[in-house]
Design a protein around this ligand. Structure first.
Ligand code: UD1
Length: 388
């Protein structure tokens, strides 16, 4: 690609689209903002638009108002991706960035990377190289393709580089910097809202401070929530767990819609289950920190529980974040009720995996990114002579 001949300050256009992007971009914007050599820009594609999925994150994370909101909203994958592409192309023309920085694996990540690359603007992917090996997962397609498009790839764990090299990516483009989401977790932990406060505010104070603690549940993967033959057994298993350990369940809009559509309300309308709306960042942090165990199909929550040292049972057959299993507190249960119950029983008996916090999940990943990026842009985006 032609090298951009430019001098600082570098306009780095950072993209957010959906909830899991917000806590990743916040520390990056802050780290760029601390360096005079950068002029950070922020575009929100509007993939997530509900106040509960959006504003409360912007407020609690202290995110600046986006320079532009593309307001794409929900649609099929093709329509959503296409709308982001169309509107992001116009946004790039308006903001004229030197580089585009995308995080994670949502549809907005891929759409914006594709537009930027074809406009010959360098693409930086933060959280590159994660692979579940499951190509039926929309996020896996987004990860593989975004990494192919990226000029600079920042990784969260050592395995990621091997995944990228296997896919033919030049090792000189890859930098292991650690986990920006954990930067946000560490800096916000002192402000986390206690779970007993959340249960109290919901009028169910007793649920969060019983002798056995509580289990926190999050569910939103289409493969888990869209069909009754998966969702109903999962919710029945949760109901069985709640007979021993109360369950706090902040419900994603997709999941709530599925529960209503499939007529499964009765499975969560129980005295031992507290259904909650989608939580803000500080509330979710408190709910994870204070939980006895977390049951989830989220990627980010697997990492956050590992950073917090809280046992996690993942309701998926695979994970793109294997370090949470090899080093952290995570265990894969899949969706088989017997396996979920067995892991839960083990946990009640022995307290769950102790785990340790992975290397570079130390609160400084964004600083490493900003330093690396400055050097790279200053070198006209040239790669070093040998892999480093
Ligand atoms: C998206 C990401 C997923 C991420 C998740 C976090 C992709 C392919 N998926 O999935 O990786 O883990 O965000 O939440 O990009 N909805 C609302 N209000 C909103 C947003 C969504 O009501 O603000 C409802 C709509 O009915 C929508 C559905 O949720 O159709 C799904 O939203 P969508 O953005 O398509 O994907 P998520 O399932 O949220």
């Amino acid at each position: 690609m032609p090298l951009p001949i430019s001098t600082p300050p570098y306009r780095v256009l950072c993209v957010v689209g959906a909830r899991p992007n917000f806590m990743k971009i916040a520390p990056i914007l802050a780290a760029l903002g601390r360096r005079a050599a950068f002029t950070p820009q922020l575009v929100h594609t509007g993939q997530h638009y509900d106040a509960a999925m959006n504003e409360q994150y912007f407020t609690s994370l202290g995110l600046p108002r986006p320079d532009l909101n593309l307001e794409v909203g929900s649609a099929s994958h093709a329509a959503q991706t296409a709308q982001v592409m169309l509107r992001f192309e116009a946004a790039m023309e308006q903001l004229d960035p030197h580089a585009v920085l995308v995080v994670g694996d949502v549809n907005s990540t891929l759409a914006c990377a594709l537009v930027a690359r074809k406009k010959l603007v360098p693409v930086i992917h933060v959280e590159a190289g994660l692979r579940s090996g499951d190509r039926d997962m929309p996020e896996e397609i987004n990860r593989v393709l975004t990494d192919q498009l990226a000029d600079l790839l920042f990784t969260t764990e050592p395995d990621c580089a091997a995944n990228l090299l296997r896919e033919g990516i030049d090792g000189r483009r890859i930098a292991f910097v650690g986990n920006v989401m954990i930067d946000t977790l560490r800096s916000n932990l002192p402000r986390a809202v206690a779970a007993r406060q959340i249960a109290h505010d919901a009028g169910r104070a007793g649920l969060a401070d019983g002798a056995h603690g509580y289990a926190l549940l999050t569910l939103h993967r289409p493969s888990n929530v869209d069909h009754a033959d998966t969702l109903a057994p999962l919710l029945r298993t949760v109901a069985a767990i709640s007979a021993r350990t109360p369950v706090l369940f902040p419900i994603h809009p997709r999941t709530l819609a599925a529960i209503e559509r499939l007529g499964l309300r009765h499975l969560i309308d129980l005295p031992s289950i507290l259904a909650l709306p989608p939580m803000g960042y500080l509330e979710m942090l408190g709910l994870m920190r204070d939980a006895r165990v977390v049951l989830t199909d989220s990627g980010g929550v697997q990492e956050e529980t590992t950073a917090l040292g809280v046992p996690c049972i993942t309701l998926r057959d695979n994970t793109e974040r294997p370090i949470t299993i090899s080093e952290g507190t995570n265990a894969l249960a899949g969706t088989d009720p017997a396996r979920i119950m067995a892991l839960y029983e083990d946990l009640l008996r022995d307290g769950g995996k102790a785990g340790r916090v992975p290397v570079f999940w130390d609160g400084l990943a964004s600083e490493r990114i900003a330093d690396h990026l400055l050097e790279w842009l200053g070198n006209g985006c040239r790669l070093p002579a040998s892999a480093g």
